[in-house]
Design a protein around this ligand. Structure first.
Ligand code: SF4
Length: 339
């Protein structure tokens, strides 16, 4: 695997984090890590201004993670019911998601997949079976996801792409590594992805403080190589639930030639209740945001309900009373819990 070991290389060690951020309780760290790993990069640690600031909250364990919430769902976006073979999720006929690993460089405390259990990586046989299924399925797009797909070695990423070509013409890589671990965007990675065009890279930044000089260099390297780069952000209470913060984030991203693709309503996984806000409040923030930024700096504000049928606009969801408005032959949607 790609990972440096904590305390060595580019992953921050627990002792180092606790020394630099004494507000973090070692006991809370230990207890939180029992259900979801606690790990961050030195690059991210250097960007944290305070434990309860926007970057600290996203990465550091918090007492509120330990308190169950009635709105928690182990599988908040219904992936379990859309997994035809292990490590594959298919919600739409034209694309399929391959979970290349469950590992990440940094474990975001709000992650919607934090309730998932199981081995960290597919076995070689499982990976071969997943790729064969995708290759034969007649999809146009394969989405490499995880965990973070860039938490595995280049060789594995490239061979996964090569295994489905030419049957699957478009590959997307959904990764937070250029933001959390910008050192991962090496010349070899960029060259390998550019050689395999069309490969789209969808990154994940939530706050302007994340856009440090090393992150900007990593994103520029991808864009300069002709790789389309888009961003997905999550609307998070206490982190970026402010139209001015979001306007700054999306304005900066467009300056960097990164298109703000989606703003996700937070998904209610176990342990992430502190980051949730109501769709009503989210729509108010989004409306104010829309009045502040141009069309190219305005992402779609979407929700991914637990019915496993995929994303839809939050406005559409709310207008239909917290249900999916379009009838479907799949199971009926469940109203979203309002925290
Ligand atoms: S990098 Fe992505 S998959 Fe990993 S913890 Fe963060 S949000 Fe979850």
């Amino acid at each position: 695997m790609y990972h440096d070991r904590p305390g060595r290389g580019r992953i921050a060690g627990r002792a180092e984090v606790l020394r630099r951020l004494p507000a973090i309780s070692p006991t809370t760290w230990t207890r939180a890590a029992e259900s979801f790993p606690v790990q961050l990069t030195r690059s991210w640690l250097d960007r944290i201004r305070s434990a309860d600031g926007p970057l600290g909250l996203q990465a550091l364990p918090h007492e509120r993670e330990l308190v169950p919430d009635p709105g928690d769902r182990a599988d908040p976006v219904g992936e379990g019911r859309r997994s035809p073979v292990p490590w594959v999720v298919q919600k739409h006929a034209d694309r399929a998601l391959l979970l290349l690993t469950r590992r990440c460089h940094l474990y975001c405390r709000y992650c919607f997949r934090r309730g998932q259990e199981g081995p960290a990586d597919p076995t070689p046989a499982e990976l071969d079976a997943a790729l064969a299924w995708i290759r034969q399925r007649g999809v146009r797009e394969m989405i490499l996801s995880g965990g973070d797909p860039l938490a595995v070695r280049d060789r594995r990423i490239f061979s996964a792409i090569d295994a489905v070509r030419p049957a699957v013409p478009v590959v997307r890589i959904h990764t937070r590594a250029p933001i959390t671990a910008p050192f991962r965007v090496t010349d070899a990675l960029v060259a390998g992805l550019a050689e395999r065009a069309p490969v789209w890279v969808i990154v994940h930044a939530n706050h302007p403080d994340e856009l440090s000089p090393d992150v900007r260099r990593a994103l520029a390297a991808l864009v300069d190589a002709g790789i389309p780069v888009l961003n997905q952000a999550v609307l998070l209470a206490g982190v970026n639930d402010d139209p001015a913060v979001l306007a700054e984030l999306f304005g900066e991203l467009t300056t960097m030639r990164v298109f703000p693709y989606y703003l996700h309503h937070p998904d209610p996984a176990p342990g992430n209740a502190m980051f949730r806000l109501s769709t009503r409040r989210g729509l108010r923030i989004y409306s104010e945001l829309a009045s502040r930024v141009s069309g190219i700096a305005l992402p779609r504000y979407v929700i991914d309900p637990p019915d496993g049928l995929g994303k839809l606009d939050v406005a559409e969801w709310v207008h239909a009373g917290g249900r999916r408005p379009v009838p479907s032959d799949a199971s009926p949607s469940t109203p979203q819990q309002e925290p």
